[in-house]
Design a protein around this ligand. Structure first.
Ligand SMILES: Nc1nc2[nH]cnc2c(=O)[nH]1
Length: 465
């Protein structure tokens, strides 16, 4: 164990890693039920997506732990499963088999830009203040994921008459009325995790999740209502497994030449979002905790192959998407919830292996795992977000030229509910600021390229919508 994971060298122990793994798993276990809820709207079978979600998470997380030896867990991401269902299938009219084929190609592009070190070159090119802003912004994003999951922040639909007055008709965000048991349980959980964190109780996050789940029993919130038979689940897996390679997947995707530009633009949008989601997660969580050192990030030209932790972690992330799509799920990505386990002391791949074991057990204990209410984990995500927001202190906020790109990167991440779009706005405004300062030449070519690609992405998305 010691030899494989280098626990001493990373200043950690087996119990700490296992505790961190459990913390990360409980913080992200909701994806096991939420991902099927979203993807089945496209017509995919529940049991098949449920198993695909777990299998993709196990494989992706194991590769991360055993190959890269870093404490990150992977699962199908919430941003991209919504994009898969609502934009690609509902909006653009692709079938779920065709959408899976595009996710597979997006995974292949990820692998290509990882082995050619393009992803790492992008990381290196990001100016330091933007890196801090991305780290802090991920904190805002994590906290927002928690608040939205539990409905503490909700959206009230505006009066449709607003349109006739030239006003936006979309929903207005606001604080929910605290008049239901879910929000009471969330506040209890938040209180528990704040107290345990401030008192520096070891395993405080995990204790908070378990305690809140137990408190939820008499409140009727910790229930096993999501149970499905194992036989039923395995019976449905063949419907999703390999569906992308059939005539309904790749066969039909490239069968109509008139639709190929649309297919290419959609794959491009998938890839931009997936790539920058991961970069943001690694930069945001890995730097401050020392999981990835600066030297690790900078070693890009010094070697070929996968020599550093960062190279291996990026590779682990890139293979998971294609593997997940073969089993039947949208893009698998490195979860920001891994930061809960990192905050609990996780530093090596043993944390990830623990998460992967929990995912494997969750097939057998599906009703039990799905019984953990969102209200029990949301408080942990808010406090983890608060810890990660510390990176914002390294931005020189009184220098407006640094503050503008940093603000856009950090705050848009939460406003747009997308790590990638936060990074997009950070890059674009950074280029604008540098041009105004007559320092355009100092901008790394990679930053120009990425900013231009994001603008192209926004134009394509606007044209398609
Ligand atoms: N990085 C990341 N973490 C997540 N956790 C839940 N959904 C996501 C996602 O889309 N990206």
């Amino acid at each position: 164990m010691e030899k494989f994971f280098h626990l001493k060298e990373n200043g950690t122990t087996v119990p700490r890693e296992v505790m961190a793994g459990l913390t990360t798993f409980f913080a992200m276990a909701y994806i096991i039920v939420v991902n099927p809820q979203i993807l089945t709207q496209t017509g995919m079978p529940w049991g098949g997506v449920f198993l695909a979600t777990i299998i993709a998470s196990i494989i992706g997380t194991l590769v991360m732990g055993l190959f890269a030896n870093v404490p990150y867990a992977q699962a199908p991401g919430m941003g991209l499963n919504a994009f898969f269902t609502y934009t690609v299938c509902f909006g653009l009219g692709f079938t779920w088999q065709e959408a899976l084929a595009m996710v597979f190609l997006c995974g292949c592009i990820n692998i290509l830009i990882t082995i050619t070190k393009v992803r790492k070159m992008i990381i290196r090119a990001i100016p330091e203040p933007l890196q801090h802003a991305i780290g802090g912004g991920i904190g805002l994003f994590v906290a927002y994921v928690g608040l939205l999951n539990v409905g503490f922040i909700n959206f009230t639909t505006k009066d449709p008459d607003s349109a006739s007055h030239g006003l936006a008709t979309a929903a207005t965000p606001g604080l929910a009325a605290i008049n239901n048991p879910t929000l009471w349980l969330f506040l209890i959980g938040l209180l528990v995790v704040i107290v345990l964190t401030v008192l520096k109780v070891r395993g405080g996050m995990l204790i908070a999740i378990i305690a809140t789940t137990i408190i939820g029993i008499p409140m009727g919130l910790t229930t096993m209502s999501n149970s499905v038979g194992l036989g039923e689940m395995f019976g449905q897996l063949p419907t999703t497994f390999g569906a992308l390679f059939t005539g309904e997947g790749f066969g039909s995707l490239f069968g109509n030449p008139a639709r190929i530009p649309l297919v290419l633009v959609t794959i491009f949008a998938f890839s931009m979002s997936d790539t920058f989601d991961t970069l943001g997660t690694f930069i945001g969580t890995g730097r401050r905790t020392g999981i990835f050192s600066k030297a690790d990030e900078e070693s890009v030209e010094n070697g070929s192959g996968f020599k550093t932790k960062m190279d291996k972690a990026l590779f682990a992330d890139s293979v998971a998407t294609s593997i997940g799509s073969i089993f039947g799920t949208s893009n698998t990505t490195t979860f920001v919830e891994s930061s809960a386990g990192i905050a609990a002391g996780g530093r090596t791949g043993l944390t990830s292996v623990t998460v992967a074991c929990c995912f494997a057990l969750s097939v057998l204990f599906a009703p039990l795992v799905s019984a953990i209410p969102g209200a029990a984990t949301a408080g942990v995500l808010v406090v983890v977000g608060c810890m990660m927001a510390a990176s914002l202190k390294d931005v020189a906020w009184n220098d407006i030229t640094e503050a503008i790109p940093a603000f856009f990167a950090a705050v848009f991440m939460a406003f747009a509910y997308s790590i990638s779009y936060g990074i997009a706005f950070g890059f674009i405004t950074y280029c604008i600021v540098m041009v105004c300062k007559k320092k355009a030449r100092e901008v790394h070519p990679m930053v120009w390229i990425v900013a231009a690609l994001f603008i192209l992405d926004f134009i394509c998305m606007a044209a398609l919508s």
